[in-house]
Write a protein that binds this ligand. Structure first.
Ligand SMILES: Cc1cc2nc3c(=O)[nH]c(=O)nc-3n(C[C@H](O)[C@H](O)[C@H](O)COP(=O)(O)O)c2cc1C
Length: 352
């Protein structure tokens, strides 16, 4: 059966039980994150599954859901447990995802846990977690929809783990690029940042030109946590470092990485700290003095107008969009994906 699109909407396929392969293929074309959902059974035994059926349902009250397969050993447990915890995994946690997708009897071996609502285990070192009280269950075909009311949650800076067409993928591009250049002692990091009120941040050179704010990082520090700390040092504010925006070599073959993100402060505050804050409509990319930065800023403005971001890789001198070389396609950052904020404290849902 032809599953390739042949026209504007492709050729429609009727779902028949014997077409499960192509049906799975279309479901798999929906890229998701990956969670591990934990609970505890009536005998006090910790249970957990890997699930990508998680979604947020309602903000007020805060409700989320996931679906559990009737073939899962924990199917009954999730329907009757007092609570459960949804853990959003980071790029480095593919092995954890595989363990919880298995039928292993020792999924929790060696893991640090704290006790959440109804005794559901909260795993440490995940990208984020949501502690839930069981709100409702709905049987839907061969799955049960488990709806939870969020009582507490937490998120930490990390790159998310993704799942697409039956395969895990990570967001490790920048770390891999840094690893390609182990001989380097420092990497130039520049920041393509916007303030809370949408201003683009730059610095003024002595000669009067503009440059993007910059820091210097050791290759080993090219990971979410260290980059967040570096950016917070540069901007003296809470910062969300989102994705790698540009990879370049300067004229001396030094590696440079540009990250985009947000600074949680207003432009006026940052102007006092010596930054130039310009609304996107006021930015003239040609005013950027460093080679290549005009192209980076120009592209950012175009992409901002279209709300669709990609990665740039090339040399500063060329100033043209190129593909990242030496990086597996699986690990490319998909365009338009946004990263979580750098909330680190445990939060209570409002009104709870
Ligand atoms: C990426 C991924 C996503 C999954 N999503 C779900 C899901 O949403 N619901 C589900 O019931 N099983 C899902 N599974 C399968 C379960 O993790 C798997 O069946 C597990 O063995 C169940 O554990 P248990 O039998 O110990 O309860 C997923 C597996 C993977 C690898």
């Amino acid at each position: 059966m032809n599953t390739q699109p042949t026209g504007a909407i492709g050729s429609a396929i009727e779902v028949k039980i014997q077409d499960l392969g192509s049906y799975r293929q279309v479901l798999g074309s929906f890229m998701t994150g990956v969670t591990v959902i934990t609970t505890v059974d009536a005998d006090g035994r910790q249970r957990g599954i890997t699930a990508n059926s998680f979604t947020s349902v309602s903000l007020d009250p805060p409700l989320v859901l996931f679906c559990v397969d009737y073939r899962a050993a924990s199917y009954e447990t999730f329907q009757s447990a007092e609570g459960f915890v949804i853990h959003v995994l980071s790029s480095e946690q593919q092995e954890l995802a595989k363990t919880f997708a298995s039928k292993s009897e020792t999924k929790f071996a060696g893991l640090e846990t704290e006790s959440g609502h109804g005794g559901a285990p909260i795993l440490s070192d995940v990208h984020g977690w949501l502690e839930c009280r069981l709100h409702d269950t709905v049987i839907a075909g061969d799955h049960a929809i488990i709806i939870g009311e969020v009582l507490r949650y937490n998120s930490e800076p990390a790159r998310p783990l993704g799942f697409y067409q039956g395969r895990f993928f990570g967001f490790n591009t920048d770390q891999e690029i840094a690893a390609l250049a182990p001989q380097l002692s420092r990497i130039a990091v520049t920041w393509m940042m916007q303030t809370e009120d949408g201003a683009i941040l730059a610095r003024r050179t002595e000669a009067g030109g503009l440059v993007l704010p910059a820091s210097s990082a050791a290759p080993k520090d090219v990971h979410a946590r260290a980059l967040a700390a570096l950016a917070e040092q540069e901007f003296s504010s809470r910062v969300s470092v989102e994705f790698l925006y540009s990879v370049f070599e300067d004229e001396k073959d030094r590696l440079g990485l540009t990250y985009r993100g947000q600074v949680f402060a207003r432009g006026a505050q940052l102007e006092q700290a010596g930054f130039v804050c310009l609304q996107p409509s006021e930015v003239d990319p040609e005013a950027f003095a460093r080679p290549g930065e005009s192209a980076i800023v120009g592209r950012y403005l175009d992409e901002l107008a279209n709300s669709r971001f990609g990665i740039y890789a090339g040399t500063l001198a060329e100033g043209a969009i190129a593909h990242v070389s030496g990086v597996q396609s699986d690990d490319r950052v998909p365009a338009g994906v946004t990263a979580p904020e750098n909330a680190t404290a445990s939060n209570s849902v409002e009104g709870k």
